[in-house]
Ligand binder design. Structure first.
Ligand code: PXP
Length: 247
């Protein structure tokens, strides 16, 4: 039986980064939404960071008004939960956030949450779910994080593929791929929808697409980097051709 096509979320943070670097009105993020959707992106992903280093509040609102399907990445804070409830994205992906990091370097550390923090997390996932926002948790590919995600009430997880991306073309590549494969299989067996993302590009994506039970990939940096040379549409079409042609 043919698998469903893996969905592609295109992350626009790096376009917003250029805009923010000069506080200009360009590059226009709504144009980016339109080009991405026309090229075949299934959803638009943005991350409103607490330090507002790329996407701004107004960008998020304008993108919400234009994107057909919006995946909103955010830290688990009261401010962001309230923002998401106003923004009303289709999906909300909760990610860890550290001021000093260049990007989201690892998954959520759920195992060290104390009892009270767990209850707050659970309550907030429930509030978002009840507002019609599907919540995904960005976690490292291991069984413990998957079980904890389920316990907290998430219906989706996004497995962090950064370790695999870093190990690609090294002796540890297949071990990292195997962690993702085992994790996707286990998460699927307990009823979670499995997304993946981070550090994926035209070279390392093919193997990821061959993992069973992957619902969606989220890609930002490599698409926007390629777009600098060949345009956003072409960069997305290249990624889609890998997604559509994997076995
Ligand atoms: N998914 C999540 C949850 C992320 O935080 C990021 C990085 O912002 C990505 C996917 C995309 O990663 P990249 O920009 O490396 O493609």
């Amino acid at each position: 039986m043919k698998k469903n096509r893996i969905r592609l979320g295109v992350n626009l943070d790096h376009i917003a980064f250029i805009k923010k670097s000069r506080d200009t009105l360009y590059p226009n993020l709504i144009d980016a939404v339109k080009i991405a959707e026309d090229a075949g992106a299934d959803l638009i992903t943005i991350h409103l960071r607490e330090d507002r280093r790329h996407i701004q509040d107004l960008d998020a609102q304008q993108i919400r008004d234009h994107a057909k399907i919006l995946n909103f990445e955010m830290a688990h804070t009261e401010e962001m939960v309230n923002f998401a409830l106003t923004l009303k994205p289709n999906y909300c992906c909760i990610v860890p956030e550290k001021r000093e990091e260049k990007t989201t370097e690892g998954g959520l550390n759920l195992k060290d949450l104390d009892k009270n923090s767990k209850e707050v997390f659970k309550k907030n996932i429930d509030i978002l779910n009840k507002a019609g926002i599907k919540v995904s948790l960005f976690i490292d590919p291991n069984k413990e994080s998957i079980i904890l995600s389920k316990e907290l009430g998430a219906e989706l997880i996004e497995l962090h593929t950064g370790h695999y991306a870093n190990k690609f073309n090294t002796i540890d590549e297949f071990e990292a791929l195997d962690e993702l494969t085992q994790s996707a299989s286990y998460a699927n067996s307990i009823g979670l929808t499995v997304n993946v993302g981070h550090g994926l590009n035209v070279e390392n994506l093919g193997q990821i697409c061959s993992i069973p039970h992957i619902n969606e990939v989220n890609i930002g940096h490599s698409i926007i980097s390629q777009a600098v040379f060949t345009g956003l549409k072409d960069a997305i079409l290249k990624i889609l051709s890998i997604i559509n042609n994997h076995d």
